[in-house]
Design a protein around this ligand. Structure first.
Ligand code: FAD
Length: 506
């Protein structure tokens, strides 16, 4: 196969791709698959493709610019009968993909997930969004699929890794749209990712993976050398050879348990902020001049004494209540596959250095509680961006998409004077890049759960540095952020376990 890069086609001319490839090679081809597609809307919008092409005498074309050999790696794990048991805590992306890999390799795998399966979880989340009744074990953060289930399910990552194809293939094999394999900024949407995850779970069950939903791991049994020997839940004690910890960043009780067990953790920097919402048409006008029918994204950064950046942008999405604890307020964003709410939202976050807090979880909780106390409810805080700049309060330019209503609040009260100055400079900067950003936008918050305030440090064997056979993974361990990077981290952990086993067998 050949890889041909940088093939440009006008929008709506996608069906001419084969013709274009044959023109470049000046030869008929057998078949092709799209490897990457991105939109370049700087002038007249064009799609830029990379394609894998099956053509005879491929070596003849290698001297041409932008053409190289292409071989897709077979990354399937080799199956062997293995007697070891792996227990996985948490069924988010890191849990899902580590489970898949370990089952594929022949291990006994048991997954414990404190939340419920998707159908029941959907009902709990709906009840919260409509009636404000929060289930602390079944919500936007917790349950089958983890934190990314009620999300935009963007698959963006800056990482380059052959296992990304493995992840995308698995998503497509379980119902994902073929285009996620190649779209530059692919997203699945909450409606689709829920079906895909449920299908992966069913498949894992079929392959022999054991699941314990609504069962939280509350304690660990360590031997004299601190090896994890068993996990404890309210329902029982379960022995294991390997314990994979993929609990995300919001399971505070589990982090408390890890502290009690002296599992080594280090503080790390975090970020706090709020969501901003704008009419989607404002973003589309700026990004593509409305020349293509799609809800567009933006990525904004502002360099200052502390960095400010946009995060987890959800075009055509809604702002969601993402708290997992009662009497707190936390925002995040999600979109359906169609991205058609008409409103764009994104987090705007400011960096908080680890020197600024002693306990990061407590630092974030104080902000979440302050927001709840102000509204005495799960209503989010809100303000027009222009009013924030002037320290004023006027009715919002438009109603926020946040389902539990919002209450007017001066965000100048939430941040320090220094943070407010930096955030305001950032807003001026963003307004230069997207004119109307200040005048047309509203703020809804607070947003506090963008990353974990600690790292559960690993050694070269991917185990906790002071607790052998405990493998911290994903966002809660501080080794991932986002669906794809956490899925990759789960695969990395599984591969470490598989290769250690194989070395022992030699
Ligand atoms: C609303 C929202 C929107 C998002 N949108 C995107 C997006 O569009 N794209 C993207 O890349 N990322 C997005 N993210 C971030 C992404 O979801 C996370 O980075 C990712 O899910 C982290 O994966 P993980 O496997 O580390 O943990 P998580 O997905 O957080 O899963 C951890 C799981 O562990 C369970 N658990 C915790 N403690 C225990 C215990 N003691 N016993 C048993 N189970 C336990 C929890 O119930 C949870 O289900 C979003 C997050 C949220 C909240």
């Amino acid at each position: 196969m050949l890889l041909i890069s940088d093939i440009k086609l006008k929008i709506h001319e996608e069906d001419r791709l084969q013709e274009k490839i044959e023109k470049i090679l000046n030869h008929p081809i057998r078949s092709f698959t799209i490897r990457k597609r991105s939109l370049d809307a700087r002038k007249e919008p064009v799609y830029v493709y990379s394609v894998a092409v099956d053509v005879e005498h491929e070596e003849r074309y290698l001297k041409k610019k932008g053409i190289s050999f292409y071989r897709k790696k077979d990354l399937k794990a080799e199956y062997k009968e293995r007697n070891e048991t792996c227990i996985i805590a948490g069924y988010g992306p890191s849990g899902i993909f580590s489970a898949w890999r370990l089952i594929e390799a022949g291990y006994h795998v048991t997954v414990f997930e404190k939340g419920k399966r998707i159908k029941e979880r959907e009902a709990d989340v709906k009840r919260f969004f409509e009636e404000g009744i929060l289930d602390e074990d079944s919500n936007v953060q917790f349950g089958e699929g983890g934190a990314g289930t009620f999300s935009d399910a963007k698959l963006t990552t800056r990482l380059k890794d052959p296992y990304i194809d493995f992840i995308l293939d698995l998503l497509v094999e379980h119902g994902g749209n073929e285009s996620i394999r190649y779209e530059h900024h692919a997203h699945i949407g909450t409606d689709q990712i829920r079906k895909i995850i449920a299908a992966i779970t069913d498949d894992l069950i079929e392959k022999g993976c054991e699941f314990h939903f609504s069962e939280e791991i509350t304690d660990l049994e360590l031997d004299e050398e601190r090896h994890v020997r068993a996990v404890i839940t309210k329902q029982g004690r379960y022995q294991c050879d390997h314990f994979l910890l993929g609990i995300g960043h919001s399971a505070h009780a589990t982090f408390e348990m890890l502290k009690r067990k002296d599992v080594y953790m280090e503080k790390k920097d975090i970020a706090v902020g709020f969501r901003v919402e704008h009419p989607q048409s404002l973003i589309d006008e700026r990004q593509t001049g409305n020349k293509i029918e799609a809800a567009n994204e933006y990525f904004l950064t502002h360099k200052d004494t502390k960095g400010v950046y946009s995060f987890c942008m959800c075009p055509g999405g809604i702002v969601v209540p993402a708290m997992s604890e009662k009497q707190t307020v936390v925002t995040n964003g999600m979109s359906y596959a169609a991205r058609d709410s008409g409103t764009a939202n994104s987090a705007i976050l400011i960096q908080v250095k680890q020197e600024e807090f002693s306990d990061g979880f407590e630092y974030l909780k104080q902000i979440e509680k302050k927001a709840y106390e102000y509204s005495s409810s799960y209503q989010a805080l809100s303000q027009n961006i222009g009013d924030y700049m002037n320290g004023e309060l006027h009715p919002l330019h438009f109603t926020s998409t946040y389902p539990l209503k919002t209450v007017l609040y001066d965000f100048n009260e939430l941040f320090t004077e220094e943070e407010n100055e930096i955030l305001k400079r950032a807003f001026f900067d963003f307004d230069r890049k997207i004119p109307g950003f200040i005048e047309k936008g509203i703020m809804v918050g607070p947003e506090t759960r963008s990353s974990c305030p600690v790292r559960i440090v690993r050694n070269e064997k991917m185990e906790s540095v002071n607790t052998p056979k405990l493998y911290p993974m994903g966002e809660g361990a501080g080794y991932g952020g986002g669906i794809v990077s956490c899925a990759l981290d789960g695969i990395r952990i599984a591969n470490a376990i598989i290769s250690e086993y194989e070395q022992i067998q030699k």
